[in-house]
Design a protein around this ligand. Structure first.
Ligand code: PXG
Length: 470
């Protein structure tokens, strides 16, 4: 054991504050408050350094699909570490785990996908997407076709290209983003932008913003459109059913490549293997990460559809791109064990037929709560909209844009504080409380989670009434 076992919480916090710069964090305010130190986990429960048990309704960070402590994944990593801890895939070499994972991914993804490019994370996967779609159009003799369209409040990672494709204004405000050649359209968020339109009418209207953008730029300049099937970090924004089929129709019409960012939606989260199957798109490229290894070890990549693969392979020559960890054997071995476990436990079918509908019903029953203006789910992703006034449905604050990481938005943070104290991890995105529990969650555990959610909403409501916020 290389980690000191018997340090106190205060000791961990002091060392943390002194040396560790956390992602998406105001360093100074966290140093004052002290981090929560998570020391172990089993199934869907975490334990912190004070011994408190916490129900993890966020699957770590949308990734621990098979739950914590799965022996098959631990064994796969251990075996591979002994056998061959690393070798690269650059110089005409490959390792068995990477080859076998490529084979298995081709099997579980939609039929147009027979090839994969590996990365170390979702952000790197989306950097690969940018390089690859531009290379595709170059090879086809259309180098001017380089613009990629993303959406406001979309999240595609934190590297230069990932953050540029995403539509988080707070991120764009730092470091000179977005990079050139990335454009954005408004998101398909009906509750915020739908006005008098029905959900389905709005879905069509939101898709047509894409057509307007393509026409404004000139179709011969547009390389690709990228979107999450369901926006995750933006607050679990579930698009109207009419949205993605219309997006697909428009992209087909102008020859624009469709990129489905499946980093959150992939590997069963929405009740199908991939989110594009749930929402009805037929992407040319698909970014994945997180659930591919259930987060046990970093791995990401891009599934490359036949339309792009054929051009890259048959006409492209060398693709000048790759990462040291592209096809890392230990990560790939864990992914293989993870995907086989998802198959064995029939987790995708379970989400679709059993726990997904059960969660949907439980969320429906929350609609009687005075704070809840809307409650919606897609598979095992769920969002609660917190409102000031149920009568007119007025939300606490307008999430409209990109407040995914804006800690000044109070009501969600108040609710999240209660969740922390009560032993529940639920995320706040502006005025939306969101969950994405491990796919192994049982009905009884959903009941337990819902009791905690209701209790935290009651505590938040009491605060709001006492403070005169509503
Ligand atoms: N695409 C999507 C759709 C994501 O959700 C990434 C790409 C980037 O993946 P990496 O592995 O580079 O982080 C993500 C990551 C949040 C939150 O607060 C969500 C993510 C990351 C950090 C925080 O919800 N998603």
């Amino acid at each position: 054991m290389t980690i000191t076992k018997n340090r106190s919480t205060a000791d961990w916090q002091a060392a943390d504050a002194k040396h560790f710069l956390h992602p998406f964090t105001d360093f100074q305010s966290l140093a004052k408050k002290g981090s929560r130190i998570i020391t172990k986990a089993e199934n869907i429960y975490l334990t912190d350094s004070d011994g408190q048990r916490i129900l993890d309704a966020m699957s770590g960070l949308w990734c621990v699909n098979v739950g914590y402590g799965q022996q098959a994944l631990i064994d796969a990593a251990t075996r591979q570490l002994k056998e061959l801890p690393f070798y690269n895939a650059f110089f005409q070499t490959a390792t068995p785990p990477a080859i076998e994972l490529a084979e298995l991914l081709a099997e579980v993804t939609p039929p147009q996908f027979r090839h994969v490019f590996f990365s170390g994370s979702g952000s790197e996967g989306n950097d690969t997407v940018v390089r690859m779609v531009r290379r595709y159009w170059d090879i086809l003799g259309q180098p001017q076709r380089s613009v990629i369209i993303g959406r406001r409040n979309g999240y595609h990672g934190s590297t230069m290209a990932g953050a540029s494709l995403g539509g988080m204004s707070a991120m764009h405000a730092q470091g000179g983003l977005p990079i050139p050649g990335i454009e954005h359209i408004e998101q398909p968020y009906w509750a915020a932008l739908g006005g008098d339109m029905s959900r389905e009418q709005f879905g069509l209207a939101a898709a047509r913003w894409l057509e307007e953008k393509i026409l404004a730029l000139g179709p011969d300049r547009v390389a690709a459109f990228i979107g999450e099937p369901v926006q995750g970090a933006g607050g679990v924004i579930i698009p109207p059913a009419s949205y993605w089929p219309e997006v697909q129709r428009i992209c087909d019409k102008y020859g624009v490549l469709v990129v489905s960012d499946e980093v959150i939606c992939g590997f069963g989260r929405t009740g199908r293997w991939f989110g594009c199957e749930t929402v009805g798109s037929k992407p040319d490229l698909m970014t994945f990460a997180k659930g591919v290894t259930s987060g046990y070890i970093p791995l990401g990549g891009v599934m490359v559809g036949d339309r792009v693969a054929e051009v890259l392979i048959e006409r492209g020559g060398e693709f000048e791109h790759g990462y040291t960890y592209s096809g890392h054997p230990v990560a790939c071995a864990v992914a293989l064990a993870n995907i086989r476990l998802i198959q064995e436990l029939k987790l995708v079918e379970r989400v679709h037929d059993d726990v997904g509908p059960y969660l949907a019903k439980a969320f429906e029953s929350l609609k009687d709560h005075p704070l809840i203006g809307d409650a919606e789910t897609c598979g095992l992703m769920g969002a609660l909209l917190l409102v000031k006034d149920k009568g007119d449905g007025r939300p606490f604050n307008q999430p409209g844009g990109m407040q995914a990481f804006d800690e000044s938005v109070s009501i969600g943070m108040v609710c999240r504080g209660h969740c922390f104290r009560e032993g529940l991890i639920m995320r706040a995105v502006g005025n939306r409380m969101i969950i994405a529990p491990p796919l192994v969650i049982t009905r009884a555990q959903i009941d337990e989670m819902m009791a905690l959610i209701r209790r935290c909403l009651d505590l938040t409501l009491a605060d709001a009434r006492r403070e005169g916020w509503m």
